[in-house]
Design a protein around this ligand. Structure first.
Ligand code: C6P
Length: 420
């Protein structure tokens, strides 16, 4: 049996009090099979602070009404709160205008929106769309569908053995008839942080726009879309301490203006006759139907909550935690870490001997340790590294070294149960 590390590394700078931050997350006190929850599945979805939970509740308790429709007080209140939330998010990601902030269901819908509108307008037969070998299915399938419909070709930037994009290959691919690059900021399956600023600059030197899948990035610190100079940035509320069912497509105003609507319906129009519809202004042109108002409001609260944190201290804390977990896992016999990039976020994917990751996940759950197992909606990554699936521990700002110790101890029990 593996002896788990007994001491916690001194990793919390004075400026960041993890225990008091944990106190803001009620779910961290839940018991699972008699054990206090050790939640290490943050890449799948993050937990919610009290402020976010309260915000959604308060919306329903005090102002629930439809937006942009009524003249009555509640509708005006709900509309104002919905638009204030858009403004909070705009500020948080450094966008120039609230017109560039489109509420969607999440990253998946944001990418599909761009593929179905910008993609259909600009990508034709013989053109290329570029993605990388580490993309989530949400940033593969919409482009495959587009290429299938238009006769374009999907080009894939290959990965090295550590799980990093091979930039020299990317440069070569960019010299083709490329109409769009779509790349993840951080890989959900490998933890790799891509050099997206550099990659965006390379594409822009050739006049090629870039969409960034930011699903995994937003919980690890603020992202400034102006600084990145990306053309589109897609993310999900639920992975950044906000609610499920709400997310954002940031798009440069000049591009969004030229794009056709994604869906037709209420709120995306200025006027409708049976002969002709005049579409609404940005961003409403892309928000057909009653939106997830409560979700949008609470996502605004999540960004306000995130703005109040000391990200220099948290960045250091998360990197130390990642290092601690990586070292502990590397010391376990039979463990192979998949994804050893130089720049990583708090995600460790691994396999252990020939134990199926689902067995690992199930046994860990008995000890209250929640991780994700499977292909993580990134089957090409599994193929690239020759594994059917991995076990994945993913860390957020409220995780601690003693939770890593609990993971390692539980993995020791997996070895015992499996007779290794
Ligand atoms: N990854 C994971 O466990 P949605 O489902 O739309 O909120 O996000 C999709 C998505 C897109 N891109 C990346 C890089 C992602 O990681 C995800 C979601 C979760 O890894 C669920 S599969």
């Amino acid at each position: 049996m593996i002896t788990p590390p007994t001491t916690s590394v001194p990793m919390s700078p004075q400026t960041f009090d993890v225990e008091s931050l944990r106190g803001e997350f009620p779910i961290l006190n839940v018991l699972v099979h008699g054990h206090r929850l050790v939640y290490l599945d943050n890449a799948a979805t993050s937990q919610k602070p009290r402020a976010v939970i309260r915000s959604e509740e308060e919306y329903y308790r005090t102002m629930n009404a439809n937006v942009h429709r009524g003249v009555h007080t509640l509708s005006e209140k709900a509309t104002a709160r919905y638009e204030e939330s858009r403004e909070s998010i705009r500020k948080y990601i450094g966008a120039g205008s609230a017109k560039e902030i489109v509420f969607v269901r999440g990253t998946t819908e944001a990418i599909n929106l761009v593929a179905a509108t910008y993609g259909k307008m600009h990508v034709g037969k013989g053109d290329h769309v570029v993605i990388s070998g580490m993309e989530h299915h949400s940033n593969i399938v919409p482009w495959q569908m587009l290429c299938g419909e238009t006769g374009a070709l999907l080009r894939v930037i290959p990965l090295n053995d550590r799980g990093e994009v091979i930039l020299s290959e990317y440069e070569k691919i960019l010299d083709g008839p490329v109409k769009l690059v779509a790349i993840s900021h951080i890989s959900n399956a490998l933890g790799t942080v891509n050099p997206i600023r550099e990659m965006i600059a390379s594409a822009h030197r050739r006049g090629i726009p870039v969409l960034v899948d930011g699903a995994q990035a937003m919980q690890h610190g603020p992202v400034d879309v102006r600084e990145l100079e990306c053309d589109f940035y897609a993310f999900s509320g639920h992975k950044m301490f906000g609610p499920t069912g709400i997310g954002i497509l940031f798009g440069r105003e000049a591009l969004l203006e030229t794009m056709p609507p994604y869906q037709g319906g209420g709120d995306m129009i200025k006027s409708v006759t049976f002969e002709k519809t005049i579409y609404n202004d940005l961003p409403h042109k892309f928000e057909a139907g009653t939106p997830n108002i409560a979700g949008a409001v609470a996502l605004g609260t999540a960004t306000e909550w995130l703005s109040g944190l000391d990200w220099t201290a948290i960045g250091l804390y998360e990197q130390n935690l990642l290092q601690y977990a990586t070292d502990a896992l590397s010391d376990m016999p039979g463990v192979r870490i998949i994804g050893t990039a130089e720049r990583k976020a708090g995600i460790v994917s691994f396999v252990m001997n020939d134990i199926h990751p689902h067995d690992i996940g199930t046994i860990l759950d008995r000890d209250g340790v929640a991780i994700r197992t499977g292909h993580h909606c990134a089957q090409p990554v599994m193929m690239r590294y020759g594994v059917p699936a991995t076990a994945r521990a993913s860390f957020a700002l409220y995780n601690t070294a003693s939770e890593v110790d609990a993971l390692i101890a539980a993995l020791g029990r997996v070895r015992e149960v499996m007779g290794i």
